[in-house]
Design a protein around this ligand. Structure first.
Ligand code: RIB
Ligand code: NA
Length: 296
């Protein structure tokens, strides 16, 4: 049977422009391509898990606008249960304005409807959440909602993975009840003080780009190496990693194997422009791992 993954998080339309030069303050430059791509950390992670064969439901919100309609249709086409996605009556669909230049991306998120994902709203989705094998959240919805979910996870004995992005100081309940926290390197630096204070080092799964992922295995810190690929766009790499990680954890793989698999999925995702473009299927990851092993 398919692992049941519930993602509670953001849904955005990514407005992506590629440019050879990034403008300075007060400057206008001529860029290259513009395109819209489905995005938002919650939606991205849900799509990553669905492509890898998980049974995924997404709890979130969009606005009463064209982006919202398009994004929900797109999620459904990916096979995701969107019965927990509401339409905000007052806020527009979240957007991320992305400036893509050589080896760099800069993102401004306007949360809009994502902030309508309140604890009260999530409470109404309890039945959807209850039957899950694992829960996955990020920080593009209100922090108080994350705290509510942490307590719910504890109450229902459901493993919870918290991707602390974009970084905000986490409430103690979240540190206590998360099974794993998945910061990237810069988020890990910010998280460190909180972690030291709570002695939860062993919950950290720190993604370090091509270098790999740092985890604690049997009390020892280890780096599980990543894969080198031709990079087109790293937007959503972390999301692919998280979606893949929870899917494999829900399939009962040990952490080290789940991380290795998720590293491969993330590597494949960055070979195409767009957060969700390039997110692989289960077969594609298996094929990639086979090729990499035989080329050693
Ligand atoms: O993690 C990448 C995502 O962050 C983008 O899709 C964008 O929507 C922002 O939320
Ligand atoms: Na991509």
């Amino acid at each position: 049977t398919k692992p049941k993954v519930t993602v509670i998080g953001s849904i955005n339309m990514d407005l992506t422009v590629s440019t050879p030069v990034v403008p300075n303050q007060g400057e206008t430059v001529l860029g290259e391509q513009f395109a819209t791509y489905p995005g938002g950390k919650g939606a991205n992670q849900a799509v990553a898990a669905a492509r890898l064969g998980a049974d995924v439901r997404l709890v979130g919100a969009v606005g009463k606008d064209a982006f919202g309609v398009e994004l929900v249709q797109h999620l459904q086409a990916e096979g995701i249960d969107t019965s927990g996605v509401k339409t905000s009556q007052s806020q527009s669909t979240g957007t991320a304005t992305i400036i893509l230049s050589d080896n760099d991306n800069r993102i401004i998120v306007a949360p809009g409807a994502n902030y309508d994902v309140t604890p009260e709203y999530v409470e109404k989705q309890k039945d959807l959440i209850k039957g899950s094998d694992i829960l996955l959240v990020q920080l593009e919805i209100p922090l108080e909602t994350i705290e509510y979910i942490a307590n719910l996870a504890k109450e229902y004995y459901i493993p919870l993975v918290v991707n602390p992005a974009p970084y905000q100081t986490l409430p103690q309940d979240v540190l206590d009840h998360a099974t794993f926290l998945t910061p990237n390197e810069s988020e890990a630096l910010l998280l460190n003080k909180e972690v030291e204070a709570s002695m939860i080092q062993s919950k950290l799964v720190t993604t370090k780009g091509p270098e790999g992922v740092e985890v604690t295995l049997e009390g020892k810190q280890e780096t599980i190496p990543g894969y080198e690929v031709p990079v087109k766009d790293t937007t959503g790499a972390g999301d692919t990693f998280n979606g893949a990680l929870v899917t494999q954890l829900a399939r009962q793989f040990p952490l080290s194997e789940a991380v290795q698999f998720a590293n491969a999925a993330a590597a494949l995702s960055i070979t195409q422009v767009g957060a969700q473009s390039g997110m692989p299927t289960l077969n594609e990851v298996a094929q990639f791992l086979k090729e990499r092993r035989s080329s050693l």
